[in-house]
Design a protein around this ligand. Structure first.
Ligand code: URA
Length: 236
């Protein structure tokens, strides 16, 4: 939500009522701003204004940032007809203008950041900003040194014009590696491993741009980001 803001939009956002209902309420003198009854739908308010709806004070919660340890089986979408979504795991109000800053596939686990701050999430997801996302990758077949070399140099994915940007790769065991990339192409890690003749069997994200998944969070748990974590993105 951006300020200054129209009163009907503000009340609709905070009450989660449709704009038509709010407008009807404004007509019936249900909205006050700083103690005065408002009659115009496009009355402009700032963050400092005190707004009430039917006598109840409405407080804007501002920009919020959460980290979630995503379990498998949840989709990174605001709503989905078939599957539960990461938002079903958040016991919070006013999530209407929230989005995921870098989606994971339904079967991928680990760090997901959710926010209503579009400028902040753009700094994470835009490839131009070169913010690395780090994944633990378990593979079906033994990882060869040639495959590691290819991933480090960049690989050509099907239906892409350019090869992937060089990845940071650390082999952890015969069938597992830690991979950091800053692009966010569709199914990128799975397609990169397919391009070097292997297959991802498990994928887990442990870090986004220096924000590490909190080990205290079990799968399905979440917490607010600290100011320090928020500023890692803003500072760069
Ligand atoms: N790459 C993938 O293939 N899947 C994810 O969920 C994230 C990155």
């Amino acid at each position: 939500m951006k300020f200054p803001c129209r009163i009907d939009k503000f009340v609709s956002h905070l009450t989660e009522l449709p704009r038509t209902k709010v407008k009807a309420g404004i007509k019936k003198n249900k909205v006050t701003v700083n103690g005065e009854t408002i009659t115009k739908f496009d009355h402009s308010i700032t963050l400092d204004d005190q707004v009430t709806w039917q006598g109840e004070s409405l407080k804007y919660l501002g920009k919020r940032y959460f980290m979630l340890n995503k379990p498998a089986g949840y989709v990174c979408a605001n709503s989905d007809e078939l599957h539960t979504t990461v938002f079903d795991l958040l016991d919070e109000t006013h999530l209407k203008d929230f989005h995921v800053a870098g989606r994971l596939d339904i079967d991928t686990t680990g760090l997901v950041l959710l926010t209503n701050d579009g400028d902040w999430s753009h700094k994470i997801t835009s490839p131009k900003k070169q913010k690395y996302k780090t994944y633990l990758v378990e593979t079906q077949d033994i990882i060869t040194s040639e495959a590691i070399e290819q991933l480090r140099n960049g690989v050509q994915l099907h239906n892409e014009k350019q090869p992937t940007a060089p990845a940071i790769v650390e082999q952890l065991a015969s069938y597992s590696l830690r991979l950091s990339i800053y692009e966010g192409k569709y199914h990128q890690v799975k397609r990169m491993l397919a391009a070097v003749g292997n297959k991802v069997v498990e994928l887990h994200r442990e870090n986004i741009a220096g924000i590490a998944l909190d080990e205290a969070l079990s799968a399905g748990e979440y917490r607010l980001l600290t100011d320090e974590e928020i500023n890692i993105i803003n500072a760069k």
